[in-house]
Write a protein that binds this ligand. Structure first.
Ligand code: NDP
Length: 485
């Protein structure tokens, strides 16, 4: 069993205490990590501050920063199997999904490595004898706070653009799943010596202690956060209490996946299940509300139930497994309690408990409810393998239900009528809308939510912008400035 420390200023530093890390498939303790105090976080912030203020990272060439990111990506690809196995052992996701996450993590670093040399300002045609232009500059020291559902990948969504911009970072992984990030730090430390010490720091620990210390630090210039909406609210309070640092938030969702009568039923029911059960339903953009036009609702439900019964749960390291355990006992209990509460108002159609075949581990059966959109289970983000099927009458009814949520992360619409699809695309208030598809996710394209699903965007050029300041520069070419007094 490995005892991990924080990675700060290019060194491995012990913290005030340690915490155990549990494999949710076996309930076994597999490692211990640092349980950082606010003082431990302050040491990491100081290292990042020094590296930003006096280190070479910010002032080195964009080409050099890009090459470092390419090198990091190559190291990730070279050690992909090990990183994927660690990911599966800590968050429970099937190994085939961890494989994809690790490749996507490397792709993300490559994308932002390439983007480093494309960051540029603009010249503005001001009405004077002058040159007016903007400079793009790194935001400074950034605190990256990530959740447990895609530990490595979501960290890279933030680390890639932060490093490419010239920022220095302190990253806090989720308390249950820090091992892939610590392994990534070890690989970078050993194989990427051209990354200066203090540019990339990792502190592990509890959100309300270590996360909060990062959020409230007067020396941090920005927080990039992914997590639950209520935690996002806490982050905003912390930012308001401290130095009004910049903040981007990727929060929760209750995304509608909308199926009209003319959809291809077989592909559609596959899309409905994939849309919500991938990664055990622990996905911010999960299509956890399946809206089905009333005429096809009965047939749709029959097919969903049949296909759900065939989903293979089990050892997530087995390549045939399609659904692993949830991330922790605590989270599995929370999801099971939500299912119990759901039964009071909604009709349980499939699943609803712990699978009998799994004697140990944090498994929950894929579960289907049917109700209208007012039921608690249809409104609350459960963040597990739970879907509510909601029948609707016509296009206007589907749009009304889709938008009847405080969230606005993602949506999908399935129909052979492209004009209807495009009307729905325009009417739904969500940051991502898929047509005849659910969940594709590309680093080239922006990710983020409307309404209470967040502030700002990740990935793409938009994600790069979140780590940049814009400075206006005005160069007077005229004679003397205006004589005013
Ligand atoms: P949490 O909000 O509980 O935690 C997210 C991160 O914030 C963790 O690192 C956590 O630390 C930390 N944290 C907790 N409390 C505080 C605090 N007071 N101050 C600073 N940091 C804090 O979310 P989960 O980890 O449970 O992740 C699930 C949530 O993430 C879901 O709601 C999901 O929708 C959302 N999500 C959104 C995505 C998007 O792109 N919009 C993508 C993926 C997930 P610790 O682990 O120690 O508690």
């Amino acid at each position: 069993m490995i005892e991990h420390r924080n990675f700060i200023g290019g060194e491995w530093l012990a913290a005030a205490a340690t915490r155990p890390i549990v494999n949710p498939a076996t309930d076994e303790v597999i490692a211990t990590v640092a349980e950082s105090s606010a003082a431990d976080v302050a040491v990491a912030v100081r290292a990042a501050r020094d590296a930003f203020d006096s280190g070479p990272w910010r002032t080195t060439t964009a080409q050099a920063r890009g090459r470092v990111l390419f090198h990091m990506a190559a190291v990730v690809r070279e050690h992909a199997d090990r990183l994927a196995e660690i990911e599966t052992r800590t968050c429970g996701k099937p190994i085939v999904e961890s494989d994809m996450d690790v490749q996507d993590a490397a792709t993300c670093l490559e994308y932002y490595g390439g983007l480093a040399t494309k960051i540029h300002g603009e010249t503005l045609p001001v009405p004077d004898n002058a040159i007016n232009l903007t400079l793009k500059e790194p935001v400074g020291v950034v605190g990256l706070i990530v959740p447990w559902n895609y530990p490595l990948l979501l960290a890279m969504w933030k680390l890639g653009p932060a490093l490419s911009a010239g920022c220095t970072v302190v990253l806090k992984p989720a308390e249950q799943t820090p091992l892939s990030m610590l392994e990534f730090a070890r690989l970078v430390h050993e194989h990427v010596p051209e990354l200066p010490p203090g540019v990339f720091n990792v502190v592990t620990g509890d959100g309300p202690v270590a996360g909060r210390a990062l959020v409230e630090s007067m020396e941090v210039d920005k927080i990039a956060f992914t997590g639950g909406t209520e935690t996002g609210r806490e982050v905003l309070h912390g930012v308001a209490r401290s130095n009004l640092k910049k903040v981007s938030l990727e929060l929760g969702g209750k995304s509608p996946n909308i199926f009209f009568t003319d959809c291809d039923l077989d592909a559609a029911t596959d899309g409905a299940l994939f849309g919500v059960f991938i990664n055990q339903g622990e996905v911010c953009s999960a299509g956890s509300r399946v809206l089905v036009q009333r005429e096809i609702a009965a047939e749709f439900m029959t097919r969903m139930r049949e296909k759900t019964a065939r989903i293979r749960l089990g050892d997530p390291l087995d390549r045939a497994t399609k659904m692993g355990p949830l991330v922790s006992r605590e989270h599995a209990d929370r999801v099971l309690a939500a299912i119990e509460r759901g039964r009071q108002e909604a009709r349980l159609v499939a699943g609803g408990g712990r699978p009998a075949a799994q004697a140990r581990g944090c498994f929950v059966e894929p579960t289907i409810f049917e109700s209208d959109n007012s039921a608690w289970i249809a409104r609350e983000e459960i963040f597990g393998p739970v879907v509510t099927v909601i029948p609707f009458t016509d296009e206007a009814d589907a749009i009304r239900i889709a938008n009847d949520t405080p969230y606005g992360l993602a949506a999908a619409v399935w129909s052979r009528d492209i004009f209807r699809c495009l009307r729905v695309v325009k009417a739904v208030r969500a940051g991502i809308v898929w047509v005849n598809s659910m969940q594709p996710c590309y680093v080239e394209s922006p990710w983020g939510g409307y309404k209470q699903s967040g502030h700002g965007r990740e990935m793409s050029l938009h994600g790069q912008e979140e780590f940049l300041e814009t400075k206006q520069v005005h160069i007077n070419l005229g004679e003397a400035p205006l004589a005013w007094y």
